[in-house]
Structure formats: C-alpha cells, structure tokens
Design a protein around this ligand. Structure first.
Ligand code: CS2
Ligand code: MG
Length: 419
C-alpha cells in the first residue's frame, strides 16, 4: 500500500507559518549604542540579528529600514540562503561594512527563527558540537607596564587562560586599548572624533618591555595577546613581531593595515609570531590572499560585520583548507546578540582558535538577556532553541541613541594616521 504522501500539505503549512509578516529596527543605548533587527513570522516565532557598526549605527539602521525591510515582508523565513543571495546580489553595489552588517542582521535573525522552529540550539543546525566550552580571551590594560602586569594577574585569578595586554606608552597621552575606567574599553566616547596623537617609536620601545615583564611575572603558560590596531608600517610590524618572539604570544593582531594583503608577506619573512587580522573586514574577498598564502594564523572577521553566519561559514571553511583558525572579534560594540550567535558558531566550527570576550556592562545585559555563561576561561552557549539571546524592548526604549564616533589618530607632525 502506497504511503500517503501528505508532505506537500505539511510543507505548505510550515511555509505559511514561516512567512515574514513584520520586521523592525531597534536602536538602543544601554551603556553604548546597539542596533538590532527583529524579524517576526506568521507563526509568532521571531528572530534577532545584531546590526551594530560602531560610529555608523544609523547608516545601518537606515539601510535596514529603507532598503531591506520592504523586501523582507512576505518572504519565507526558511529560505536563508536565497535571502542572503537576494540582498547580496540584489544590492548591485557590492559589499562594504554597512551593506554586509545589514545582511548579517537579516541572516542571523533567520538562523535564529529556523533554529527556534526546529527546537534546536543554533550550533546543532550547523552540524553539532565540535567542543564543549569556547576558549576566550579577556582585555587587561593599565596606564603603564606595572599596572598592566597586575591587571593580567587579576584576569588569571578570574580563571582566564588567555589575556590581551595593552598598556600606556610613556610620551603618548592616549595609547590604544587603555581605559582609565578599568572596565571594558569603549573607544567611541565623543559625538565627534577625539583627536589622539601617535608615536610608533615610543610604542615599539614599550611593548617588548611589557611582554618581558608579563612572562617574568606570570610564567610561560598563560596565553598572551596584543593588538597593534593598524598602527605600524609593515617593516615596523616585522620588527615588533620579531622583538616579541621570546615571549611567545598567542597572536599579534592588526599589525599593519591589511588593505594591501601582500604587506603581511614582509612581516612573515621576519618573524614566527602568530598573526591575527580581520575585525574590519566584511567579506571573504578582504582576506582571500591572506588566507590562501597562509600570511596569517587567525581570521577575526565576525558574524555581525561580514554578512552573518551564511557568509562567515564559507570564510571559515576556506580558512580551514589553509590551516587558518577563527578568532572572532568580540568587543563591547558587538551586542550580546552577536556574541550569542558567535558562540554557537564557535561551538560548531572545526577550525576554531579563540573568541574575544569583553564583558558587556549590566545595563546592556539587562536589555539583552542571554543564556551563555563564563566558566574557567571558557564561554558556554546554552541549550535554548536559537542563539539564546533576547531583547527587552520596553527596557531598550529607555535608552535613546546617543551619537558617538570613534577617535582618529595623527602623528606628532599632524599627519593623519590609523587609529
Ligand atoms: C579592538 C576593538 O577588540 C579589539 O580587538 O580592535 O575594540 C575595536 O577598537 C573596536 O571594536 C572599534 O569599535
Ligand atoms: Mg582589534
């Protein structure tokens, strides 16, 4: 007897349930600005995607409001790949941080919806666990070497296995990554860009002293990281990478601007210090050469700024072919929604390296309740269907947008430099 085929009826039913009936952009500032996209389906299941681009938040909010949402209504939320292709190819004007952050918000919200409909945590939809906990690194900083060494010690006491260290530099008023508030470093602190003055020579004289002291004080096992934040020329980066070799860093990040990917060949020629780059990238094309020539060891391009899970999964698979591992950006200007999605991705991705974890402030965590937890140097995503992060819209409404931009940097002679 033929098996009654009612799959068509079931499929039709579920497609109708998955129809996108509403979508809205939520801009809120609980401690700092965040942009969130909420997509709702006919069945009532909704999904959230982070759309925060530090200093350019309203550009993404408008892109979503004016150019994406009108095209979302009526679509099947289950057609994640087709939706990604529609917004990527359909934009005509390809790539860029605003476009790819907007696409990312849609993509993550759809993955959230599909996971919730399936009743599964998002990592299970990607292929299941490759690990239990996700190794993270915290941000230690201090006004000078001594204070930074002590701050790294406090992170070790909190159970961190990996710590980024950034210290003040004698003669530089505002070195990158040093927060006098001793909390997560939030650089966008003024409505117009704060002008900072930079001097690479003074920086190059200080950083090796910092890591010599860190190793002497905390021993050989703690993983130590440092962010050059795009400030050096390739040969200066090569010098620093070589000077840091005795202290075995986990990675030296953003050693030089990567617009010209070939620049990293020069650094590679002089040093075995592992290199990480990519937090400002928004597509695989920004890092294709860096990966296929193994000019880097970790790719930092993250879900919120590079087209979401659908694109970053392709990027991670490409990186795996060349033994490059992931090391997602995870600063406080990426919302808990991004962190939640990233943790599920980190739990699945085979070529995982490390996850940056700057802890959000309490106001942020109140607006974005989530089920991920920190334990002994690792983050653990929860078992809630989806990415495990929600938004309290009533509370979010109490924190109006507060215009802020990132600083700029100039050299002492006034030349514009990379902040
Ligand atoms: C930094 C970021 O976390 C990092 O590695 O590069 O804090 C970066 O400065 C901010 O995300 C810029 O908004
Ligand atoms: Mg960085």
């Amino acid at each position: 007897m033929a098996i009654e085929d009612n799959s068509q009826v079931r499929t039709e039913g579920s497609v109708r349930d998955r129809e996108i009936v509403a979508a809205r952009v939520i801009v809120t500032c609980p401690g700092r600005n965040f942009v969130t996209l909420k997509i709702e389906t006919r069945s009532g299941v909704y999904g959230l995607g982070d759309a925060t681009l530090n200093g350019r938040e309203l550009a993404v909010a408008s892109y979503l409001q004016d150019h994406v949402i009108p095209n979302l209504i009526g679509r099947d939320a289950g057609r994640i790949e087709d939706t990604w292709q529609f917004f990527y190819r359909g934009a005509y004007w390809r790539r860029g941080p605003v476009t790819m952050t907007a696409i990312a918000a849609v993509d993550v919200a759809l993955w959230d919806i599909l996971s919730k409909i399936a009743g599964l945590p998002l990592y299970q939809m990607l292929g299941g666990r490759s690990r239990d906990g996700v190794l993270v690194y915290g941000h230690a900083n201090g006004k000078d070497v001594e204070e930074t060494v002590q701050e790294v010690g406090r992170y070790i006491e909190k159970g961190y296995k990996a710590v980024r260290a950034q210290s003040g530099v004698p003669g530089i008023k505002k070195a990158y990554g040093v927060s006098n508030l001793k909390n997560a470093y939030e650089p966008a602190e003024s409505e117009l860009p704060l002008e900072t003055v930079w001097n690479t020579t003074k920086y190059l004289n200080t950083v090796p002293q910092l890591f010599e002291k860190l190793r002497a004080t905390h021993g050989p096992d703690i993983e130590l990281l440092h962010d050059g934040h795009h400030r050096m020329t390739p040969i200066e980066a090569a010098r620093l990478a070589r000077d840091l070799e005795p202290y075995r860093l986990f990675w030296l990040e953003d050693a030089t601007p990567a617009d010209n990917q070939q620049s990293f060949e020069l650094i590679r020629r002089h040093s075995i210090t592992p290199l990480a780059v990519g937090e400002v990238f928004n597509s695989i094309w920004d890092c294709k050469q860096l990966i296929e020539k193994q000019l880097i060891d970790y790719i930092r391009t993250t879900i919120v700024h590079a087209g979401g899970i659908t694109h970053v999964r392709r990027l991670a698979d490409f990186a795996a072919l060349h033994q490059v591992r992931t090391g997602f950006h995870g600063a406080t200007d990426l919302s808990p929604v991004c962190m939640g999605a990233a943790l599920h991705f980190d739990t699945w991705v085979p070529n995982f390296g490390i996850q940056e974890y700057m802890q959000h402030c309490q106001e942020t965590n109140d607006v974005f309740p989530h089920d991920y937890t920190f334990r002994e140097g690792r983050l653990y995503c929860g078992q809630t269907p989806g990415h495990g992060v929600d938004i309290d819209e009533k509370l979010a409404a109490k924190y109006p947008y507060s215009p802020k931009q990132l600083p700029i940097a100039r050299l002492e002679d006034g030349s514009m430099w990379d902040w």
